[in-house]
Design a protein around this ligand. Sequence first.
Ligand code: PLP
Length: 372
Amino acid sequence: MVDLVSQYEKIKPQVQSSINNILEKAQFINGPDVHSFKSELATYLGAKHVVPCANGTDALQIAMMALGLKPGDEVITPSYTYIATTEVMGLLRLKPVFVDCEKDTFNISPKAIEAAITARTKAIVPVHLYGQSCDMEAIMKIAEKYDLKVIEDNAQAIGSDYTFSDGTVKKTGTIGDVGCTSFFPSKNLGCYGDGGAMCTNNDAVAEKLAMVANHGQSKRYYHDMVGCNSRLDSIQAAVLRIKLRLLDEYIDARRAAADYYDNAFADVEGLTIPHRIENSKHVFHQYTLQLDDHIDRDALVAYLGENDIPAMIYYPVPAHQQKMFASLETSSGSLENTDWLTTRVFSLPMHTELEKEQLDFICSTVKKFIEG
Ligand SMILES: *Cc1c(COP(=O)(O)O)cnc(C)c1O
């Protein structure tokens, strides 16, 4: 699904010298690379503050804690997402209220959000799934109307943007109260281990995020609240500084591969290519197709496997059907699109190193299965 080895080959000398430098100075925690990366990422995103942490799951948890969400508070979120988004709600004893997504974009439906609001609703957590922005204009309007916090799960969409109807362009993750992202190796901006970050434009929120991530500490050894220990280490920050400079190139490579797939599959009966909205730049963390009901998905994935083509199902079980939430009354309204998509989607290899011959082979193999 990804080719991190070929990508590494191209940046090997820089990476090795950066890491060596850290080893020789033994600045493993909070070294200069962490501070530089913080400001470089803030500049890239156009956000006032970046607070790094240990992974994307922690980023979501820390954001929910820093914004003061309390046990029993309802948080509206899509069911069609990676489990991390909703798992942290369970951990903090918040009540995830799962709503449906839109079938064409896979992203949370603003209409479903508004229909799910109750007196106990405190926040919305939209997920920019597969690399394209949610309908943030509609979501921010709802948040304002009902006085709700917005935490963007930007783990799959770093570098994407969103254009508002007045022409304002913002990077995803910088629109709500806090944006959370992950630097898991296979993410669009990935390190060589685990990493994550939060960003915000609010000074007080930034301070709170940093405090929660560092044992609730305001001053060394003075702990004002219960927090956690979540850090981005210096080696990961050094790798990320190198890869951040290449992020737009990486995104272009992903978009080129997506264009190639789109062209090959646009007219294939039974296959729906990913829908791109006009006002967001799709950064293609995943290239995810929908199969019509008459095509056997398991057989297709098996056939691709026999031809050494990896294909994945993101995600086979939606959050509202996971056993971890079995004891909670968590859904609101119909989850019809979510339930349908989990049986019908599949994702093809998507990364920065896809060659034309590989793409040709993947496309012709998929077509051979479907068209016979
Ligand atoms: C990867 C991912 C996360 C979690 O990130 P980790 O760094 O693996 O903890 C959260 N949400 C979404 C949508 C993701 O894809």
